[in-house]
Design a protein around this ligand. Structure first.
Ligand code: SF4
Length: 374
C-alpha cells in the first residue's frame, strides 16, 4: 500500500506574535468547536488506499485547542490507516498546555513534541509578542519529559530585535543543556503585513547587522555539531536518527496531504492549497464544496526546480542518481553551467554521488537557489 504523510493545521493562537505571517489567528476561540468538526469531516474523507507514515499537527498552536476538541480529534485520528512505525508530532506552546492535554496526546499516539521557545531571555520573548516566559517554557519541557516524550524539538530564533551575540550563545547553551533530540534554529524574516514589518519600515526595529547575523548562524552550526547535533537541513539539527521524518517528506519532494485552513497538499504531481479563512473553510466543508483556493499541476520544469530547492536545503543535498532517474535526464545536462560555477567557487560540493551546499554556500543559499530557476 502506498505511504503518505498527513499535516493537520490548527489555526488558533492565544495571541498573534509580532513577526508571524502564518495562517493563525488570535481571539477566535469561539470557532474552535465548529472548526474541529469540519476537520473531522475532512479527515474522514481521506483516501483509504494510503497508509499514513507521519502525522504533524501544526499551527497556530495545536495545544491551545480545548481538551474537549482535542478529544474529538483523537477519536477521528483513531480511524486513520496508520503505519505501525508512525512518527506523530504535535506542536505546542508554553502557556497553552497542561498534564491533561499531554496525557491525551500520549493516548492519541503522539510520539514527538515540538515546543516553541524562540529565546532564553524574557525581554526578547516580550519583544516578539510571545505569550510565555522562560519559566513557563521550562515547566512545559519538564512536563513533556515526565510524560515520557522521548523525541522533543525546541524552536529557537536568531537575528531578533535587540538580540546580542551573547543572548544567542546563552540560548543555545541552555537549550543544549536540556538535551532535546532536535533543535530548529530559524533566522527572523521580516514578513510583509506583520507588526514587525511596519516597525521595520518606520526604522524603529533594531535588528542585528548582517555580519552579526551571519556570525550567529555559523556559531550555531559549530556549537550544535560539537554537542552532538548533526545539521540535516539549513535550520534543523538532530541527534542520531532523530531527524524529523515528516519535514524530510517536504524536502524529499514526497507526497503529503494537508488538512485544515491554509493547508497544502502534494499528491501525484498536483499541488492543492486550502482557503485561509476559517469561516469559509467551515462553511465549505459542511456543504461539501471545494475548499481549495487553487489546484496546480506541476510541470516537469516545476518538479525539477522544486527538487533542487528543497533538496539543497538538506545537508546531504541531492542525489545525482535520483535526479537522473526521476527526470530521465542527466543533471549536468540541465544545470551543468550553474553547478560547475558553484562547485568551482566552493559553494557547492559533489561527493559520493550527492551535490550539497558547503558551509560557505549555506550562508548565501538564497542567491544560489535562485539560479536553479529554469
Ligand atoms: S504561536 Fe506560532 S503560529 Fe501562533 S502567532 Fe506565534 S509564531 Fe505564529
Amino acid at each position: 500500500m502506498k505511504e503518505i504523510s498527513l499535516y493537520i493545521h490548527i489555526p488558533f493562537c492565544k495571541q498573534k506574535c509580532l513577526y508571524c505571517d502564518f495562517p493563525s489567528y488570535g481571539g477566535k476561540e469561539d470557532m474552535m468547536g465548529e472548526y474541529t468538526k469540519a476537520l473531522v469531516k475532512e479527515l474522514e474523507s481521506l483516501p483509504l488506499d494510503k497508509k499514513i507514515k507521519t502525522i504533524f499537527i501544526g499551527g497556530g498552536t495545536p495545544s491551545y485547542l480545548t481538551l474537549e476538541n482535542l478529544k474529538i480529534l483523537k477519536e477521528a485520528i483513531k480511524g486513520i490507516n496508520k503505519d505501525k512505525d508512525i512518527e506523530f508530532t504535535v506542536e505546542i506552546n508554553p502557556g497553552t498546555i497542561d498534564e491533561e492535554k499531554l496525557s491525551l496526546f500520549k493516548e492519541m499516539g503522539v510520539n514527538r513534541i515540538s515546543i516553541g521557545l524562540q529565546a532564553w531571555q524574557n525581554n526578547l520573548l516580550r519583544e516578539l509578542g510571545r505569550i510565555h516566559n522562560l519559566e513557563e517554557f521550562l515547566i512545559t519541557y519538564e512536563m513533556c519529559r515526565k510524560f515520557d516524550f522521548n523525541n522533543i524539538n525546541i524552536d529557537a530564533m536568531f537575528g531578533l530585535p535587540n538580540q546580542s551575540m551573547k543572548d544567542w550563545v546563552e540560548t543555545l547553551e541552555n537549550v543544549v543543556k536540556l538535551n532535546p533530540e532536535n533543535i530548529s534554529c530559524y533566522s527572523l524574516i521580516i514578513e510583509e503585513g506583520t507588526p514587525f514589518y511596519n516597525k521595520y519600515e518606520k526604522g524603529t526595529l533594531i535588528l542585528p547587522d548582517e555580519d552579526t547575523e551571519r556570525e550567529m548562524y555559523s556559531y550555531c552550526i559549530n556549537f550544535l555539531e560539537k554537542n552532538g547535533y548533526k545539521q540535516y537541513e539549513i535550520s534543523n539539527f538532530a541527534k542520531v536518527d532523530k531527524e524529523c521524518r515528516h519535514n524530510l517528506v517536504y524536502w524529499n519532494l514526497s507526497e503529503y496531504i494537508g488538512i485544515g485552513v491554509g493547508a497544502h497538499s502534494y499528491i501525484e504531481g498536483l499541488r492543492y492549497r486550502h482557503t485561509e479563512n476559517i469561516s469559509e473553510y467551515i462553511e465549505k466543508v459542511n456543504k461539501g464544496n471545494n475548499i481549495n483556493l487553487d489546484i496546480y499541476e506541476n510541470t516537469i520544469k516545476d518538479e525539477i526546480e522544486e527538487f533542487m530547492f528543497m533538496g539543497l536545503r538538506k545537508r546531504e543535498g541531492i542525489s545525482i542518481e535520483e535526479f537522473n532517474k526521476r527526470f530521465k535526464r542527466d543533471i549536468y545536462e540541465v544545470y551543468g553551467e550553474i553547478l560547475n560555477k558553484y562547485l568551482q567557487l566552493g559553494l557547492l560540493i559533489e561527493e559520493d554521488g550527492y551535490i550539497f551546499l558547503s558551509i560557505k554556500g549555506i550562508q548565501v543559499s538564497n542567491s544560489i537557489m535562485c539560479e536553479f530557476i529554469l
